[in-house]
Design a protein around this ligand. Sequence first.
Ligand code: BG6
Length: 478
Amino acid sequence: MTKNLVFPDGFLWGGATAANQYEGGYGQDGKGKAIVDVLPAGKNRKSVMLGRLDYKNLDEDTIYPGREAVDFYNHWEEDINHMIEMGFKAYRFSISWSRIFPTGIEEEPSEAGLAFYEQVIDKLVANHIEPVVTICHFDMPLHLVETYGSWRSRKVIDAYLHYSEALFKRFKGKVKYWITFNEINMLFHLPFMGAGIVFQEGEDEEAVKYQVAHNELVASALATKLAHEIDEKNQVGCMLAGGQYYPYSSHPDDVFDAMDKNRNIFFFSDIQVRGHYPNYAKKKLEQLGIQLQMEPADEEILQKYPVDFISFSYYSSRLTSADTSVGEVTAGNVIHSLRNEHLEASEWGWQIDPKGLRTTLNVLYERYEKPLFIVENGLGAKDELIDGTVEDDYRIDYLNKHMKAMRDAILIDGVDLIGYTSWGCIDLISASTGEMSKRYGYVYVDKDDTGQGTLNRYPKKSYYWYKDIIASNGASLE
Ligand code: BG6
């Protein structure tokens, strides 16, 4: 029905990366240590990400893949040239907090850090690519973790606002789209990677997580306030790890369970968009016996400074049952799900569900009636470089189906979707596994899981395919 129809004028086609998995430049030009610098590859990665294994207890020969990543720090011009060549309208990237404030508590920002991002932003703007900046993407100065216990402390709210203010001021008039925290709901699932939390023995983990969540929510609202005060043109978004839960069966208990699990996904955005804790969350805190430490102005802050748009990642839908004895657990973007027999899966077991993207877009739009922005989506796959390129038809197929689902959501359902930045547009390190071989990009980067490789870049078949999609504003979708 929608064949050959185009996306709205000004639709922000592009790609996304994050400093923690892409930038490298460890310690260069005064960069301070960040949490990603202590995230190991291999068997201990998960326990560290969960906050259950202290990164200080790792062996000396541990490999830390985020330290070099794919070295955008020293390849930024070449990489942006690829984005220009593909015709990107937007590029989402994150700033490394410890490159701007090495310990997080300095008075003055690092000039070298700001200058690095300024040249990146200037090149984007000169080529009509809208920068979309994530202020905090699984990344913060390690000093804040070690000194204050990370986001447990309100001191980190102040540090985050000081950092955000430095960015808003320096990039005023150049950056309009800001995202306060990447996948803010991930802190419930990977507390160290998401929010720098290492649990102490005997601690009430649920209580810590909700307090950290509250502190981040206040920080996000105050950053939104600041962004608007510094430049009224600024648009600030929340960002959630999206993907609807489906009920495993039509049994009412499964339907209720799916609704309840979806609330966990929406907990943060409900507050960031609507400006208050929903009743279901208040009741849940009561039932868990958790008393949040709030300051008198907190509720007013949350109320007064909601976000302007909702951004989210989408890799798959999820499946749940009230009956814990049924179904088989599947791999996916960290958050628990049962395997859906109707779906195929990637080589990493992540299920593929383009229609689920259309559902997610509709659910989010109906819930919030604010512009939506898909800032991550894509297929993590093993690629083979042959004769300087990769014939990645599987990736093209995945992207094509998801883009058609977006088109249906916009043109048939009336969803207000402003852009799409696919994940890892240039190959980068996987967040969940630390592997290089899980590739999402249009550009292949020569590096392997052991860290060996030239770091040379090679456009894949999907590079030229995406270039056509952007040039035709979606009309060339199959
Ligand atoms: C999202 C994150 O969870 O998914 C990214 O925001 C991450 O940082 C992406 O890379 C894909 O996950 P993975 O584990 O395949 O890298």
